[in-house]
Design a protein around this ligand. Structure first.
Ligand code: SAH
Length: 263
């Protein structure tokens, strides 16, 4: 008799590996190979320099189906629009103090979330990684605890480390060693909903005079981090949008009555 737990393959299908602006097509192939060996299949490429490419196929070494089905998009925002959980990877620990985890802890978190919707695991450029703005779209930052004096893995190697940890976490669940996380019962807001909310929030905070041009970047980064921690569901986000709309209307009518008094 087997003690193994049936875990929907769908859980792994919910995980996308996103590569931003990859310069060397060979790294895209190496990433595809790393993914396929660990049963991951969704590859998303944000404006790759050269793709499709024979060099990618050469390094994919049999994982060509992942390259053929790879989704190519114009921005990270587009790549993660339908995701409710986004994880960024970084060779350096950044000033944007997102919650920081190692790959093992991260894999557990991702599988815990993957039963409830789509997840993106994002990798940066070979020369300069992810920008701070891109990391601000993430809920979590993962760092492979390399030697601080030589911390940067090759992109394909970084994908392999993460894919391996996801595989180990998945196997632990299928063997019944770790409980299968239950899916959420409420519908979390997608990253696209969140980005539209942040735009609305920014506009309203400028309108009421809370933000000015010198302070807005730091404050918006902190607000994004706070809402990323809270992770509102769709209904909660609609309530917040409603409050912003009413605040905007109130500020507008207060502004026009002040104008009328002056005349
Ligand atoms: N010079 C860049 C390194 C880019 S390496 C920098 O300092 O950020 C290309 C990508 O591989 C990184 O953006 C990241 O996604 C991944 N990567 C490399 N080393 C990593 C590490 N130690 N931990 C997590 N991700 C890493």
């Amino acid at each position: 008799m087997s003690d193994s737990v049936a875990i929907e393959p769908l859980v792994l299908d919910n995980i996308s590996i996103v590569l931003i602006n990859t310069t060397h097509p060979g790294n895209i192939g190496a990433a595809a190979r790393a993914m396929k060996t660990m049963a991951l299949s969704k590859l998303v490429l944000v404006e790759p320099l050269e793709f499709p490419s024979g060099k990618a196929h050469a390094l994919a070494s049999g994982a060509d189906d992942l390259l053929t089905r790879a989704r190519v998009v114009g921005s990270l925002e587009e790549a993660v629009a339908d995701c409710h959980f986004v994880v960024g990877t970084s060779a350096r620990v950044r000033g944007v103090s997102l919650p920081l985890v190692d790959p093992r802890a991260c894999a557990g978190r991702i599988l815990g979330e993957a039963g409830s919707g789509k997840i993106a695991l994002v990798f940066g450029r070979e020369d300069r990684g992810m920008t701070n703005e891109e990391l601000q779209m993430c809920h979590l930052q993962v760092h492979v605890p390399t030697d601080p004096d030589f911390s940067s893995l090759n992109l394909g190697a970084a994908v392999q480390v993460m894919a391996y940890e996801l595989r180990m976490a998945w196997l632990a669940i299928t063997r019944g060693e770790v409980p299968l996380p239950s899916p959420r019962t409420h519908d979390l807001a997608s990253q696209d909903d969140m980005e539209r909310f942040y735009e609305h929030l920014y506009k309203t905070l400028v309108q009421i005079g809370f933000l000015d041009h010198s302070s807005h970047e730091k404050i918006m980064a902190k607000l994004r981090r706070m809402y990323g921690r809270i992770r509102p569901d769709r209904i909660e986000l609609n309530i917040l949008r409603g409050i912003l709309s009413e605040t905007g209307k109130f500020a507008e009518s207060a502004g026009s009555s002040e104008e009328a008094q002056k005349q």
